[in-house]
Design a protein around this ligand. Structure first.
Ligand SMILES: [Fe+2]
Length: 133
């Protein structure tokens, strides 16, 4: 499943955060495509895993700072969700380094990355709408 941006569903009211989310969606889609090919592109998937690891840390820090600054009520839930994602993504990276692209890895990317980001942005990050001006 590829992620498709929809302002009504994912827009937070903060351009900077939406731009970062769109970039996350784009890179996650590239990862999905890389691991679903008939001969999966391991090097490309590896590069995307490394990129995402770095980018989510920057993005989460930025988003948490914006929520804190605006006293957004979604802030505690957001931080807890981010911590959960960081932990599961680290496990995914280790599994990828150890075993490469296995069916279990592909399942986990779908559940713990693709579905996670879709639900998280739609249900938690959009809490920012309440404090957007
Ligand atoms: Fe978030």
């Amino acid at each position: 499943m590829l992620l498709e941006w929809d302002d009504r569903r994912f827009g937070t009211g903060f351009v900077e955060i939406d731009t970062q989310h769109k970039e996350l969606f784009r890179r996650i889609n590239l990862l999905t495509e890389a691991i679903q090919r008939n001969s999966p592109a391991k090097a490309e998937a590896g590069n995307l895993m490394y990129f995402l690891d770095d980018y989510v840390h920057q993005h989460f820090a930025c988003e948490e700072e914006v929520m804190e600054r605006h006293h957004c009520s979604a802030c505690p839930r957001n931080k807890a969700d981010h911590a959960g994602f960081v932990k599961s993504f680290k496990e995914l990276r280790l599994a990828f380094d150890r075993e490469g692209i296995t069916p279990a890895f592909i399942d986990r990317i779908h559940r713990d990355v693709v579905e996670w980001i879709e639900n998280h942005v739609a249900n938690v990050d959009t809490g920012l709408r309440t404090v957007a001006t």
